[in-house]
Design a protein around this ligand. Structure first.
Ligand code: GDP
Length: 176
């Protein structure tokens, strides 16, 4: 499908991180509609884009997926380079994925720009009966670490757009 060429004011790189199988790829697909494989990349990362308008500026959000690299703890600094925002995802039904969030924050602090905006995401919020991470635990951690926080369901789409717009808005506020 052809789109009329539009003037892009800013490109915001956002990385999606977190343990395997928490729903990173599904969250990405919910937010974007375009698929792009970076074939030049030797680390096999993928990104997708969505163009949004914030305060009448046209912003191309370039959202990077680890493409499974996190399984081998092989997410490299190239992945984080130039990232203005991060979606740090855990699964509300898997306590371990939340316990690992601190490690992911350390990874971000080590490899990403210190001004990076971080959104903690508790995904699979539709699985209410299987919840293993109370919302309050995540709220407390997020406040402690200076992260934004949202619970989402990539399955229903609940809160996904809202979380991305919040993060992109924060990046815009810092940058522009
Ligand atoms: P990734 O490894 O973090 O990229 O995780 P995926 O996006 O591949 O998702 C892992 C599994 O969780 C898949 O079977 C998805 O269908 C499922 N999943 C992802 N998001 C949700 C969600 O919000 N709710 C439910 N119930 N399942 C989800």
């Amino acid at each position: 499908q052809e789109h009329a060429p539009e003037k892009i004011d800013y490109v915001f790189k956002v990385v999606v991180i977190g343990d395997s199988a928490v729903g990173k790829t599904q969250i990405l697909s919910r937010f974007t509609n375009e698929f792009c494989f970076d074939s030049k990349s030797t680390i096999g990362v993928e990104f997708q884009t969505r163009t949004v308008t914030i305060k009448s500026k046209v912003i191309k959000a370039q959202i990077w997926d680890t493409a499974g690299q996190e399984r081998y703890r092989a997410v490299t600094s190239a992945y984080y380079r130039g990232a203005l925002g991060a979606m740090l995802v855990y699964d509300i039904t898997k306590r371990q994925s939340f316990d690992h969030v601190a490690r992911w924050v350390e990874e971000l602090r080590a490899h990403a720009d210190s001004s990076i905006a971080i959104m903690l995401i508790g995904n699979k919020a539709d699985l209410v009966d299987l919840r293993a991470v109370p919302t309050e635990d995540a709220v407390e951690f997020a406040e402690d670490q200076g992260l934004f926080f949202a619970e989402t369901s990539a399955l229903s789409g609940d809160n996904v757009d809202k979380a991305f717009f919040k993060l992109l808005g924060e990046i815009y506020g810092v940058l522009c």
